[in-house]
Ligand binder design. Structure first.
Ligand SMILES: *Cc1c(COP(=O)(O)O)cnc(C)c1O
Length: 380
């Protein structure tokens, strides 16, 4: 597996970008790390040029948020970035900024639960925005769902919670030939294993709360793409709706991001090891991990991604024993969220009532993770 090779397009490598983009010694104190700037407002010159003044009020833009935006734009290879309070505020704020009543949106049916709720309930019932949630692992299903009102196609790949992979490069021309934009929630890729803009997407979303911060101790979201597309989204979602990132969360996430290129290959390696172990275990009914040949979209994932990230699904042969497995595990914490340093496990369903374990494989020693699963499975 070639996990996260450096791109050969004249830019600095990903590790170098993670450590240098957005980072500068502090001009006033010469501290080698960016300071945490908690001020709400910024002193203005007597006559203000609102187009060029860098900071006015911390909800519109704050220094720590901006430095994080520069770092993330450099990593994703996008012209600009908007940092927001959470992944959900990035996605739903963008939908609200781009769509009006009468418009139509197509989205992956396997999508983050709060995004689904917005698309299935609030948009159609309260705001007059028509939505179609379809199986986007089939590009033809997307094409068939287009209407003259379709303004946006939103993919989540890999999809939460099932690891479903959608073909970004195949769906981008379907969106563009219909005059629609293509957005991709790339959270599960951990940014480094997938670059949707290079595959034709217009907008990329990340929950920074996951792999990018990586330590399970901050919330944030990011919207990435061309500046002309992002400027009105920033005005609407951040300034007018108030989805700004707090300086402290931005500072914390920027600190975490510096080691993302070290962490992601380890998540990939550990997850493959755990998936391969589970796949051979007699008490395990099935395993779903994009890096396994048995995954329904393994060939597509191999083509589209550079590493398969750290998320997998499995189930045991006797589902009544799920609580017992959770009770026996010592290293996998029974909790939601993902992309943390520690491994996490929880029971999810695929929105059709099929339940299974969703595992976020952490950065522990793979041998220890396998041994922990082995001792927990032994009596199932
Ligand atoms: C967690 C997650 C989100 C939401 O992010 P928050 O930062 O928790 O708001 C969105 N999309 C995916 C795929 C996620 O896993």
């Amino acid at each position: 597996m070639t996990c996260m090779k450096q791109e050969e397009n004249g830019r600095l490598g990903l590790s170098t970008r993670a450590i240098h983009a957005g980072w500068e010694p502090d001009a006033e104190t010469h501290a080698v790390k960016r300071p945490l700037v908690m001020a709400n407002s910024y002193e203005l010159p007597p006559s203000v040029d609102w187009e060029t003044v860098p900071f006015v009020y911390a909800r519109d833009l704050n220094p720590n948020g901006r430095w994080l935006e520069e770092l993330l734009a450099a990593l994703e290879g996008s012209e600009d970035c908007i940092a927001t309070a959470s992944g959900v505020s990035a996605i739903n704020g963008t939908f609200f900024a781009l769509l009006s009543s009468g418009d139509h949106l197509i989205a992956s049916q396997i999508a983050y639960v709060s995004v689904r709720t917005m698309l299935l309930e609030h948009f159609p019932r309260r705001f007059g925005i028509a939505t179609s949630l379809v199986d986007t692992t089939d590009p033809e299903a997307v094409r068939r769902t287009l209407t003259p009102q379709t303004k946006l196609i939103h993919l989540e790949t890999p999809g939460n919670p099932t690891t479903a992979i959608s073909d970004i490069a195949a769906i981008a021309p379907i969106a563009h030939s219909a005059g629609a934009l293509l957005s991709v929630d790339s959270t599960w890729s951990g940014l480094l294993t997938q670059h949707p803009l290079l595959l034709g997407a217009d907008i990329v979303f990340h929950s920074l709360s996951k792999y990018i911060n990586g330590h399970g101790d901050a919330l944030g979201g990011a919207i990435l793409g061309a500046k002309a597309l992002l400027d009105p989204i920033r005005k609407f979602a951040v300034k007018d709706m108030g989805s700004c990132i707090s300086p402290f969360n931005a500072w914390q996430i920027m600190r975490g991001s510096a080691t993302l290129p070290l962490r992601m290959p380890r998540h990939c390696q550990n997850a493959l090891r755990v998936a391969e172990f589970l796949e051979t275990h007699p008490k395990v009914a099935w395993v779903r991990y994009p890096g396994l040949k048995s995954h329904p979209q393994h060939a597509l994932a191999s083509r589209q991604m550079d590493g398969f990230s750290g998320m997998l699904n499995f189930d045991i042969r006797d589902p009544r024993q799920r609580p017992e497995l959770l009770r026996r595990l010592k290293l996998f914490t029974h909790a939601t969220s993902l992309g943390h340093d520690e491994s996490l496990i929880m029971v999810y369903d695929d929105f059709s009532g099929n339940e299974f374990f969703r595992v976020s494989v952490g950065l522990e020693d793979a041998d220890d993770l396998v041994e922990d699963l082995e001792q927990a499975l032994v009596l199932m």
